[in-house]
Design a protein around this ligand. Structure first.
Ligand code: FAD
Ligand code: UDP
Length: 378
């Protein structure tokens, strides 16, 4: 078979580019995936009890990009879904991102009213303040409050999740979940929030349903290197692996998932996700029925525990946003430059970037329009 493009990895980055190249450019695409399924980390499937679960952790789609939303909507219908998260603090469950409701639950009325007033005066109702910024506030009372939130919401969770303290990471990490001066309990405020009506995997299947696309599962690119000699490549795996770790191994965080099934319960917890910043050695528990809206007896909950990543032993789920690791990544990015026009490095692993799904889709569409399509424009 003639292959014009070899796409390595069948996650969001790989599937978007395979689809665009096959449909818009009428080129033949071979997509190679080392796992036994498509979808990358957004893969979902029915477990032994027929409950739809996200195998690699909870995936909530949210975006403000109409372009990304419209593009994906050609491959799926959606179930509207607004994510809500509670965190256990001193035996009570409070909304996260920490907001004015969390404040009211944890503190006596006189204190919470006063703090609410101070926060609104200083930052304005509806503002989002990263905890590391709030901790540096000029007013001592606000700093004391920030230290409480830091100790009870961020320190333990971040130490478990990343193996380091919030200050050791790029501030954008804890900035993803800022203190929200609001009574809005939703985890995200994006315009579009939903999950694919028939699951992520079904959406990916529709993306790859094109006569120009052939899929090869259970195959690591390293096993078949050179077979498709002339084909241009889209590479979405770890960039250090592509270059045989010649500058050293890029660190990632990995995860362990522990599923629990409760056949005799309709529901397990109040919200789809409950975080445990201070208790236990795991970070969060996710109840999937509450995300998908699936109407079945019994319920499945998956516990997530972070751990170090070792190539060959587990999966690289999270690039670690930290200056020195970014510098190491830059060495690989320089190597990648020499392959410009022949190999395109895209996605969370190939760009060593803590991308959300919508960001990866936007990035893949951008690369298609600005770098791939122009090759054929003469
Ligand atoms: P991946 O999904 O990692 O796909 C890369 C693929 O390449 C994989 O399938 C891998 O097996 C394959 N591959 C790697 N190396 C090779 C090789 N040598 N040969 C062949 N194949 C190879 N985003 C959100 O927007 N909302 C969320 O709620 C959310 N929750 C998340 C929760 C967790 C626990 C994690 C880990 C991520 C979450 N994300 C979420 C982020 C989301 O998963 C990513 O943005 C997205 O999946 C990245 O897509 P990708 O194609 O770049 O990478
Ligand atoms: N975080 C925290 N406590 C929480 C929730 C989040 O400390 O209850 C911090 C933690 O460092 C985490 C980061 O904020 O890794 C980003 O959280 P998010 O929910 O976006 O993580 P993801 O879903 O990507 O794992």
């Amino acid at each position: 078979m003639k292959v014009d493009w070899l796409v390595i990895g069948a996650g969001f980055s790989g599937c978007v580019l395979a689809e665009r190249i096959a449909k818009e450019l009428d080129q033949k695409v071979m997509i190679i995936e080392k796992r036994d399924h498509i979808g990358g980390n957004a893969y979902d499937c029915y477990d032994a009890n027929d409950i739809l679960v996200h195998k690699y952790g909870p995936h909530l789609f949210h975006t403000n990009s109409k372009k990304v939303w419209d593009y994906l909507s050609t491959f799926t219908e959606w179930t509207p879904y607004q994510h809500r998260v509670l965190a256990v603090v001193e035996g009570r469950k409070v909304p996260v991102p920490f907001n004015l409701n969390s404040l009211e639950i944890l503190f006596p009325k006189t204190y919470s009213e006063k703090m609410e007033r101070l926060l609104i005066e200083k930052y304005g109702l509806g503002s989002k303040v990263p905890i590391l910024t709030l901790k540096k506030d000029q007013q001592e009372e606000i700093r004391n409050f920030a230290n409480y939130v830091y100790q009870n919401i961020f320190l333990g969770y971040t130490s478990k999740q990343w193996g380091m303290k919030p200050e050791e990471l790029d501030p954008s990490v804890t900035g993803r979940v800022p203190v929200y001066i609001s009574k809005d309990d939703r985890y995200f405020q994006d315009k579009y929030q939903a999950v694919p009506k028939h699951g992520y995997t079904e959406m990916f299947r529709n993306m790859l349903k094109h006569p120009n696309i052939k899929l090869l599962l259970n195959t690591d690119i390293k096993e078949i290197e050179g077979v498709f000699g002339d084909a241009k490549k889209i590479y979405t795996g770890p960039i250090d692996s592509y270059f045989n770790y010649k500058h050293g191994t890029l660190p990632y965080r990995s995860l362990k998932f522990n599923p629990l099934y409760y056949g005799d319960r309709e529901t397990f917890q109040e919200t789809a996700q409950v975080n445990y910043p201070n208790d236990f050695d795991f970070t969060r528990m996710t109840e999937y029925k509450k995300i998908t809206g699936q109407n079945v007896p019994g319920t499945t909950v998956i516990i997530e525990q972070a751990c170090p990543y070792h190539p060959e032993m587990n999966e690289p789920y999270y690039p670690i946003p930290k200056k020195e690791y970014h510098q190491l990544y830059r060495k690989y990015a320089e190597e990648a430059k020499a392959l410009q026009g022949k190999v395109f490095f895209i996605g969370r692993l190939a760009e060593y970037k803590y991308y959300n799904m919508d960001q990866v889709v936007a990035r893949a569409l951008h690369v298609f329009e600005k770098e791939v399509q122009p090759i054929y424009s003469d």
